[in-house]
Design a protein around this ligand. Structure first.
Ligand SMILES: Cc1ncc(COP(=O)(O)O)c(C=O)c1O
Length: 273
């Protein structure tokens, strides 16, 4: 871990008990994939971090963030084959209320090895909507308790992950992923106005696959989907094999297979597309 300017062992205390990130969830974060020591799409992740921080009016020193990223990448030797780079910026120490303190933000950067998870997953839709009109819609804030509950709901219902609707009754995203839905030969993904995060994987896939349509998907049309996949930085393109108990066949479906192929080929061309 790198915390406010210095490297510390993972698990060492770094944040004070009155940190606004801890007391009220006032903060933003990024998670990027690191392959053999090389971060993927770091420029886009840092740009999104700046955007999220601006959305919360958090003054973030991007030079400090970059120094932290460089420090953990250099310290993590030998490089694990696959790791998660996490940058967290919070409101810093403050009074135990919604009011933010006057001090500088807390900046934390960590690197954690992970194993690639399953190659296909089951998902269920959850009853709680994402609020696409919230002040924090589209910002990658650290307030993930809704996501924690949605994921727990999925696990309690025998699924790996959850899909969330939005207030308007359209599909929004997964708990830590964007969602793409196939209807025959059409591939759709909810637009950012649906309240989903502007996922980097989603963004790249849209740039590399001009056929994909950004379009609202009403929740009541989901039963007609012929294939579904999720995207995220740590899982790339992940086929869904079952949605609300309904299996898809084949898995991955043809649109998913093409998206997986395009993403793998194009992302291999550059570490920082
Ligand atoms: C809520 C949410 N939506 C979408 C995504 C996917 O974004 P990305 O492709 O940038 O990882 C994430 C990633 O963590 C997320 O937390």
């Amino acid at each position: 871990m790198w915390a406010n300017g210095r490297l510390v062992p993972a698990g060492a205390p770094t944040v004070s008990a009155d940190d606004h990130g801890l007391t009220v969830g006032d903060g933003v974060f990024e998670t990027a994939k690191v392959v053999a020591g090389r971060p993927f799409a770091l420029s886009r992740h840092l740009r999104r971090l700046r955007h999220s921080a601006a959305g919360l009016a958090l003054p973030v020193d991007m030079d400090a963030v970059r120094a932290g990223v460089d420090a953990v990448l250099s310290a993590a030797r030998p490089h694990p084959p696959l790791a998660r780079l996490r940058v967290t910026v919070t409101g810093g120490p403050g009074p135990l209320s919604s009011e933010r303190g006057d001090g500088p933000p807390t900046v934390l950067v960590g690197l954690h090895a992970y194993q690639p998870r399953s190659h296909r997953i089951t998902v269920v839709t959850v009853p709680w909507p994402r609020n696409e009109r919230a002040a924090t819609a589209g910002l990658k804030t650290i307030s993930y308790a809704d996501n924690v509950l949605a994921l727990r709901y999925a696990h309690d219902h025998g699924a790996h992950d959850a899909l969330l609707p939005n207030i308007a009754g359209n599909l929004c995203e997964g708990t830590g992923s964007n969602v793409f839905v196939g209807f025959g030969d059409r591939l759709l993904t909810p637009p950012l106005t649906a309240g989903c995060l502007a996922g980097i994987t989603r963004e790249l896939l849209l740039e590399w696959s001009p056929d994909i349509e950004e379009r609202d998907v009403p929740m009541d049309e989901l039963p007609d989907a012929t294939e579904v996949f999720l995207t995220s930085s740590t899982r790339d393109v992940l086929p869904v094999q079952q949605l609300d108990g309904r299996p898809f066949d084949p898995v991955p479906g043809p649109l998913t297979r093409r998206a997986m192929r395009v993403f793998a080929a194009r992302s291999a061309e550059s570490d920082d597309p």
